[in-house]
Write a protein that binds this ligand. Structure first.
Ligand SMILES: C[S@@+](CC[C@H](N)C(=O)[O-])C[C@H]1O[C@@H](n2cnc3c(N)ncnc32)[C@H](O)[C@@H]1O
Length: 415
């Protein structure tokens, strides 16, 4: 039995960002080459056993990956007997592995992906029959969780509400070019954790804060070594700083606004209090009140990476006249150039700056944005053009398509 892919990843709604983050993680695991295939909102991968194990552990720190699972066998769609035999073998194994010790029943969810509706109901019927037989043989009741027709599979909310990893498992059957792949889901992101963290923090920006998920992705992409120093020169309420602390970094935040500095301090203090080693945690962060155009007056320490969502210009419901937009953008470009030049003097060699920039898109494909080439010439920084794996070109667009101001993620390098 040959298998060309042994793992799958369900990507987030921003697939490019998700792939860029995954690429960074695989790179940090020292993986040299990855065999992969795009398939709908999934990525099929071929990874060594060790890499799979390490990847699952790392996924908890990602902000844009939804699911990870194993693919344990592949058979031709017409090989009915082989499919049945394999399903019996692997579902039996799953019963043994996930046999819940204290629960009264095993929960299972079926994610069957094929565009052929007849094939879908046949596969569903066949798999359910096998599950029921194995359940009877083991005298252990099983509950097959219903999935909504349009969604096919359980959402991360359902998955975590049902407490699937400890009470059962999601089984996946993917039909890809007349091949059927089968395997269990191993990890799913837990949206409740972020909601709780979001609701619990004392101060939040509702209009110009960076989301927790995006902050986490940005920190991952910066690839700062454990215990290294991360700087956010436009720290606002400290969302990115908290994600840095969660990933084991020391963090420095700077903001020119007194209220923002107070908010960041309140949020980071609240975050530190949750740790048993709270006094040690409080040693890991500093917030300075300063204009980041004079960053080096406030920060004297060398840093291992900069991660920031800067001031993106005024908030608009509708775009201004193009002349006004050009004027705003020239000012932003000046601000970014000065702050990036300051960051460069603090940045260790080879370290990265994750920096979001705005872009105003007008009809007839006219856009107004900062001139990044000029910023590079003036600061001596270079921009990363492509991710190591999956051919993702930078800058990557983030945020929603219909937003008036598009946001683009640039990765600058200090080479
Ligand atoms: C988009 S917000 C940052 C959001 C932050 N990541 C969060 O989630 O709370 C931009 C921040 O930049 C600050 N800012 C604007 N110009 C600045 C400057 N020249 N120096 C330092 N901070 C500045 C603003 O006060 C604001 O808090």
């Amino acid at each position: 039995m040959s298998i060309s892919f042994n793992s799958f990843i369900k990507l987030g709604s921003n697939r490019n960002l998700s792939k860029a983050e995954l690429s960074q993680i695989l790179d940090s695991l020292k993986i040299e080459q990855v065999k992969y295939q795009d398939w709908k909102d999934y990525l099929l991968l071929n990874l060594g056993k060790n890499a799979q194990k390490k990847l699952v552990k790392k996924l908890e720190q990602t902000g844009s990956v939804i699911k990870f699972g194993n693919l344990v066998f592949k058979v031709g769609a017409s090989e009915k007997k082989e499919l049945k035999d394999n399903l019996i073998k692997f579902i039996d194994e799953i019963f043994v592995k996930y046999f819940p010790k204290r629960q009264r029943q095993l929960k299972l969810s079926l994610n069957i992906r094929t565009s052929d509706e007849t094939q879908k109901s046949e596969l569903s019927e066949e798999t359910r029959k096998i599950i029921r037989t194995i359940s009877q043989k083991n005298s252990f009741p099983v509950k097959i969780l219903p999935t909504k027709k349009v969604a096919y599979e359980l959402t991360p909310f359902d998955y975590n509400k049902e407490n699937l990893p400890s009470r059962g498992v999601e089984l996946n059957l993917f039909v890809i070019k007349s091949q059927i792949y089968f395997g269990p889901t191993r990890w799913v992101t837990n949206p409740f954790k972020d909601i709780k963290q979001d609701e619990e923090r004392p101060v939040r920006f509702f209009t110009h804060g960076t989301s927790i998920k995006l902050s986490r992705t940005l920190v991952t992409l910066a690839n700062i070594p454990f215990d290294g120093v991360m700087l956010d020169p436009f720290c606002g309420t400290g969302t990115i700083l908290i994600e840095g602390l969660k990933q084991g970094l020391k963090v420095i935040g700077v903001d020119k606004d007194q209220k923002c500095v107070r908010s960041s301090k309140t949020n980071l203090h609240h975050f530190s209090e949750k740790y048993p080693s709270r006094e040690k945690m409080k040693e890991k962060w500093r917030i300075h009140l300063s204009d980041s155009r004079k960053l080096t007056d406030a920060v004297r320490k060398k840093v291992d990476g900069v991660v920031t969502e800067p001031f993106l210009g005024p908030f608009f419901k509708h775009l201004p006249q193009i002349e006004e937009a050009q004027f705003i953008m020239r000012n932003l470009e000046r601000l970014y150039t000065r702050v990036l030049a300051e960051c460069k003097t603090l940045l260790k060699n080879g370290a990265k700056i994750l920096f979001i920039m705005p872009e105003y898109n007008y009809p007839l494909k006219r856009s107004v944005y900062p001139n990044v080439k000029s910023i590079c010439e003036k600061t001596g920084l270079t921009v990363l053009e492509e991710s190591k794996f999956f051919n993702i070109k930078f800058p990557v667009e983030i945020g929603r398509k219909h937003n008036v101001i598009a946001r683009k993620l640039f990765i600058f390098e200090n080479k």
